[in-house]
Design a protein around this ligand. Structure first.
Ligand code: BTN
Length: 252
């Protein structure tokens, strides 16, 4: 990554041809690692997704994790996931893709998922010690390289763009976007980042089912709050603010 224009993100890089999960390696390194250290894995044999799911990680994708040590409360950690979803979206748009954000943290190209983010936090009482941000991008591969049961409504950059992308150039651009957003996150009101996320959101106006740990809510998304919560107009007419959950579109 010799063309890197960042001072923090990617200053230290750990690269593996093959490993279980870059998030697991990053979590082990985190206590002694410098903030901004990244772990890049060419092929993950135990890639993990949110909610305990598997994440297919064949060769050709971009699978990496970033170690951060923000001075934030545990409850604010999910804001980082939203923030880096914005960075991925911006980097993809610079590469000419029609990228949008699906709440809370998927990035879609042409309406299909190309990127997932898995944030893992280590906290002491309510203070964050470190955060590992795992980002997976289906880049130079085809949907055929993903097992059928894990395909969901996914796609790959190669399938959408008709050609492979320069992954090194893309990662440099992405790390630059991530560093910019992280500086903004640390120095500006979060509502500033949220405003931009809202303009790039694919989810507002959608009819959805939201799965939460103990229940399900159904309705139409009428907005996203400045704190990052989904504003759902439920079928009974009530507006509900949902802080975390899995969002499924019920209509295309
Ligand atoms: C999701 O949408 O469920 C999140 C997927 C996150 C995948 C990335 S790939 C790099 C990092 N290492 C992992 O094992 N998972 C994340």
């Amino acid at each position: 990554l010799s063309g890197l224009k960042t001072t923090l993100f990617g200053k230290n890089i750990h690269y593996y041809d093959e490993a279980g999960s870059s998030n697991d390696i990053a979590k082990k390194l985190a206590p002694t690692a410098e903030e901004g250290t990244i772990v890049v894995v060419e092929q993950q044999t135990g890639g993990r997704g949110r909610l305990g799911r598997q994440w297919a990680s064949p060769k050709g994708g971009i699978w990496f994790s970033t170690i951060l040590k923000p001075r934030i409360a545990l409850s604010a950690a999910s804001r980082l996931t939203l923030t880096f979803g914005l960075s991925v979206t911006k980097a993809l748009r610079e590469f000419g893709f029609d990228a949008k954000i699906k709440w809370p943290n998927d990035v879609l190209v042409n309406g299909k998922k190309v990127c997932g983010i898995l944030t893992e936090v280590d906290a002491e009482i309510d203070t964050v010690e470190f955060v590992v941000i795992g980002i997976g991008i289906n880049a130079n591969m085809s949907l055929k390289d993903i097992p059928e049961e894990l395909r969901e409504n996914s796609t790959t950059l190669r399938d959408e763009g008709g050609k492979s992308i320069d992954r090194v150039e893309f990662l440099q651009k992405l790390l630059f976007e991530m560093e910019q957003e992280y500086i903004r996150f640390s120095t500006r009101p979060f509502s500033e980042i949220m405003e931009e996320i809202i303009t790039l959101s694919d989810t507002i106006g959608r009819e959805v089912t939201v799965n939460m740990p103990n229940r399900i809510a159904e309705g139409t998304v009428v907005g996203i709050s400045k704190t990052g919560a989904l504003l759902l107009k439920r079928t009974d007419g009530e507006i509900e603010e949902i802080i975390a959950g899995r969002c499924i579109y019920t209509k295309k």
